[in-house]
Design a protein around this ligand. Structure first.
Ligand SMILES: [Zn+2]
Length: 282
């Protein structure tokens, strides 16, 4: 069933977007990290949008925040949830995440208007979600909020994660007024998120080539992050003969090339995003 988008949708979109654009936006990109002042401002924006629509906001123990149309359903109900995340990578693109959350609210507007016209009947609870720390920028673990909620990530390990300044997740949560002792698997929230739909900007360029405005995902790339340590021996760059050396950069370089070759062969993806050389003499 197709539902007409209200004529006011574009105006609403622009007004909502203008407010978001004031939070954590720098000339080099967007910086919105979990449990920071920007994160609090984004939650405030989310809550205000929900309140304007008469939606009930519920923040779960893991920091994921949901707005329920018509109030939070009873435990055991299976809702339809749409949304995404409001955090960003370091100097990230501003559409990545917020677009899905914002359009979730606009979808509720469209459904509410259709309901008022008698063209739509709500059979299941509808919610909009913002998942906590989807990008993993601050603590190095992507999908932190949903991994904790689903029980994939051990709460004890999560609490001990630290950011670049050595601040642990537990400390960061406490500083933001949240209780780190309550994080972990949340069966009530899993059940309430009976079905989930996410609108997300395409991060590649395939739709451009297809001249398609929208694509519907039929599968999801599983992804993982690994760290490697290559041991070498520091030596004199100018004088040590190649034959006498044990340069750690060589196995590193061949690993990068090998990963790239395998990724091409399997039509997968491989990225080496961060490397650190010790002692690091030029
Ligand atoms: Zn995203």
């Amino acid at each position: 069933m197709l539902i007409d988008v209200p004529d006011t949708a574009l105006t609403t979109f622009r007004a909502m977007w203008a407010e978001l654009d004031r939070i954590g936006v720098h000339p080099t990109g967007t910086r919105r990290y979990s449990w920071t002042a920007e994160d609090a401002a984004l939650r405030k924006w989310f809550t205000a949008q929900a309140s304007a629509r008469g939606m009930e906001v519920h923040t779960d123990a893991n920091g994921n925040i949901r707005a329920w149309w018509g109030g939070r359903p009873a435990d055991g109900d299976a809702g339809v949830v749409t949304g995404s995340h409001l955090d960003s990578v370091a100097d990230g693109g501003k559409w990545d995440g917020p677009l899905g959350v914002l359009l979730g609210f606009l979808a509720v507007d469209a459904l509410a208007a259709a309901e008022a016209r008698g063209e739509f009947v709500r059979a299941r609870p509808v919610g909009v979600v913002d998942y906590m720390d989807e990008e993993g920028t601050r603590f190095g673990v992507a999908c932190l909020g949903s991994k904790l909620m689903s029980g994939v990530l051990d709460p004890e390990k999560a609490r001990a994660l630290t950011d670049a300044d050595g601040v642990s997740l537990a400390e960061a949560m406490r500083a933001a007024g949240a209780d780190p002792d309550r994080i972990g698997r949340d069966d009530a929230e899993i059940t309430l998120s009976g079905a989930q739909v996410e609108v997300h900007i395409e991060q590649g360029k395939q739709l451009v080539g297809l001249e398609a405005p929208v694509g519907v995902a039929s599968a999801i790339w599983p992804h993982g992050r690994w760290s490697f340590t290559f041991d070498g021996v520091a030596d004199h760059a100018g004088t040590a003969r190649l034959v006498d050396r044990k340069d750690a950069a060589l196995p590193f370089a061949s690993t990068v090339l090998a990963a790239r070759a395998v990724a091409e062969e399997l039509d997968a993806r491989a990225t080496f995003g961060r490397f650190h050389v010790e002692p690091g003499g030029p």
